[in-house]
Design a protein around this ligand. Sequence first.
Ligand code: ADP
Length: 626
Amino acid sequence: MSKQTLSFQAEVAQLLKLVTHSLYSNPDIFLRELVSNASDACDKLRFEGLNNAELYEDAPNLEVRVSFDKTAKTITITDNGIGLSQIDAVEHLGTIAKSGTRDFMAKLSGDQKNDAQLIGQFGVGFYSGFIVADKITVESRRAGLPASEAVRWTSAGTGDFEVETIERAERGTSVILHLKDDASEYLNTWKLKGIISKYSDHISLPILMRKEEWKEGENDQPGEMVTSDEWETVNQAAALWTRAKKDITQEQYDEFYKQISYDNQSPLASTHNRVEGATEYTQLLYIPAKAPMDLFNRDKAAGVKLYVKRVFIMDDAQALLPVYLRFVKGVVDSSDLPLNVSRELLQESRAVKAIREGCTKRVLSMIEDLATNEPEKFASFYAEFGAVLKEGLGEDFANRERLAKLLRFSSSTTDTVSVGFADYKGRMKEGQDAIYYITADTQAAGKNSPQLEIFRKKGIEVLLMTDRVDEWALNYLHEFDGTPLQSVAKGAVDLGKLQDEDEKKAAEEAQTQFKPMLDRLKEALKDKASDVRATTRLVDSPACLVVQEGDMSTQLARMLKQAGQAAPEVKPILEINAQHPLVKKLEGSDHFDDLAHILFDQALLAEGGLPDDPSAYVKRVNALLV
Ligand code: ADP
């Protein structure tokens, strides 16, 4: 191929502009990105080499070399990994393939400050070279191809790039950065070494640099440090997770997290363990500080990378954690799985099942530890991920009790989301035999709901459940530590021993005394209510709606409908407060039907719903007002 000039894909040109304009605040990252690409290229060779040993071409030791030339003002990063063919060079270095980077491009705004932050989250890979270079040359030969089929790619990082065929004996890639004038500080061994140990220590291959030597000065001239021809390894060259915990600093753990997660914040917590026994593996798992925007997408890529005996196998290995822990990031390195493990195989493997159980337990311990020892961090964790954790009640039966202990809610007496079932139990009234809760759209709607009136009067705490997932999740949790959970909006209210004999008698009497009126109401509302009955649960409100035990709450049915999903028609029961003046007025009223409908619609409004026919409701109320 003779020399050709080609244009970058439009997004690349855009990205390049941004890289050079926004990333100057942390130029060091160029080296991290290029070393990481070099390491990926070696991983790829190792992987392809499993089935085709010839690719190693008698150079089995994979490594990365970083060197610089003060006179030419260049830095060169060379790897002997898989290399690029001519087509690869055009396709991979001229377009953006990675979806993360594409998403990032979609989010671009004109605000450069914001963008600089965003860019940090996604990592810009190869193009970050242009932060410090005004020209980049890539020379590469794909493993297995003849020396005559190597490629040179050159670009100044503006609109286009050049490619041409060259001769290259060595397999792999050299990236040559022609430094900008203001980037000469990088032509220095200590500077480069410092960046490598900060960002790339855990890279499992050796990163080599030329040794520095002290050269005596001649004729009374001062001596100086010069680079020798001898190479030395400048990183730890051991994957971070393979090192002993005591040899890893918090900063290294955090830095590793940032690299695998593309998050620019430090994680909230981490756990690192080597598991021995029937299945052997190492896990290094993190809980991020903030939830991603797509947290509620259950199909989203999982965050755990799978390695087998240090060989990278796949990103987002979903089989390694249950879906409700999808926010966890990290690495699992197994000694038992075959290297050619596929996603399908992962689903069936017994070793994977054991790993999943082990990882789940570890993550739960990590959260329990926060709950016990670091309440502030736990509160922040819960605000970000609490709703997702609840999905576990329906998904992970084996750990249901552990999960239940971690849940927190607000309540009729506590505004912050901080009440656990155990706290609640500790505060239960003498004679109370259930944990009471109400599901509602919002905390205010729950707290002011008419259903709570009797509980407030009796000083009984009621948990407020306002997450979308609550009602569904609670289907799977019927009791906590032997105490049943009872929705105050389902079934007849039975406060058991908390109600005295007089109150029970009054309730029964009301039922008989008001029977004729209840029957009339039932007839008037037969299209809306499945039943009408007198209740003792109301104190200030005239009426409220409840559903049968076991029915979907009106609130969940409403939510499903709003989301465009099928929901069963729930015909609620109208409960009325026979002591209320409005109800008393009903008896002899000429507007019985209208009042009946108003009563029903108001009960619906009180719990955050809307009358089926709002204008009919308004007309009825207005008719009474004039
Ligand atoms: P990515 O995040 O995919 O690594 P980059 O922009 O950093 O994105 O690189 C684009 C692609 O170029 C890589 O996916 C890879 O295919 C190729 N590439 C980059 N550096 C090297 C290298 N040193 N050896 C082989 N291929 C490379």
